[in-house]
Ligand binder design. Sequence first.
Ligand SMILES: Nc1nc2c(ncn2[C@@H]2O[C@H](COP(=O)(O)OP(=O)(O)OP(=O)(O)O)[C@@H](O)[C@H]2O)c(=O)[nH]1
Ligand SMILES: [Mg+2]
Length: 405
Amino acid sequence: MPPPVRKALADDYAELARMLEKLEQGHVHIAVFGEVSVGKSSLLNALVGEDLFSTSPLHGETRSSAMVAWEEQRSGGVYLVDTPGINEVEGEARETLARDVAARSDLLLFVVDGDLSAAERTALDGLLAMGRPLIVVLNKSDRYTDDELAGLLEHIRGSLEERVAPENILPASADPAPRVRVIREADGSEHEETEEREPDVEAVRRRLWEILDAEGKSLAAVNASLFAGQFSEELGRRVIEVRRQVAERLVRTYCIAKGIAVALNPVPVADLFAAAMVDASMVVHLSRLYGMPLNRAEAGSLIATIAKQMVALMGTVWAVHFVSSAIKFGTGGMSVMLTAGAQGAVAYYGTYIIGRAAERYFAQGKSWGPGGPKLVVEEILESVDRESILAQARDDLKSRLKASA
Ligand SMILES: Nc1nc2c(ncn2[C@@H]2O[C@H](COP(=O)(O)OP(=O)(O)OP(=O)(O)O)[C@@H](O)[C@H]2O)c(=O)[nH]1
Ligand SMILES: [Mg+2]
């Protein structure tokens, strides 16, 4: 590599080294963004349960980014990162900082304290483009009545539809103002009583842990590869390799989830490919891994396209054949277990093919190529050894089902 290029990339490499270290240690970074004074630092304090970040009613209290460990019983290696508010003053510098922090983070919190302004929408779009899971937090919810809050949330959810899933738009009161009550005595005199209120960030906490539990360490892996992909073409080959490995692991994880879901709730054979919830999550996840985030609706139609080709190519004859060969699953002899296991294995296989096809689609820059989806699915069906995937499904499912029995 020519020295000038190397020099130009030195910072990137240093950054990548940090990312890889973070990946090795299994660290996950959650970073907070938003306009000045919306309560970003307060939110992090409420999550940690300690006033670790300085807050103030004055705009621009937080001047640089800072990080603390989030010590919850389940945690280990989860860090919370505070950032200065994005605003007009020093606008560009702050945006650059925000983008750098976001690129290094695995999960983003975007805090607002009312309906989103045009500037907030622009900032939010910039963050969404980075492909990380993102939660929009409507803070200072104590300033609204229950009805107002419900209305405002509905409005924001509606206006961000297609960009942020409703379950990722949540209210919080990180540092509620004391409630002042006027007490009227029997003799007609009045006095005021102030009542301190506790922060309420439960909804955000719960959602964060849902995401962390579901995607856990793979978040860091996904983002390290996303990050690598973002800064340098030189690392392209390595990135593709890392991506492929992460994608393979990811697809397998979803195959197991799907297989187990179907094994525990057997469905008619015809519905095997219709139970697409797990597949949709997988495709959304894969799309992020390849830096081309899709929403659930888009993921759904991509799956429909692939499934249509699968059915056309394999047909019902195949399904019957396949179920009977999969039935060699289980040795327990219980017939329910047998059908369940067989169905689970078929579902596993279906999800595997969908995952591989979707991955190919993303790897080709969101395109099926000249042969269209038919050719891609055909090639994948031919290249994948059905028996070995089935055997892998049996192994994976058998051990999980045993564990849960
Ligand atoms: N009423 C109410 N006030 C809040 C809430 N959360 C934060 N505040 C207040 O909002 C002000 C700003 O809070 P900070 O946490 O410093 O906000 P920030 O977003 O970190 O601000 P900068 O660092 O300046 O960008 C403080 O006076 C907080 O007490 C809340 O839930 N309800
Ligand atoms: Mg702050």
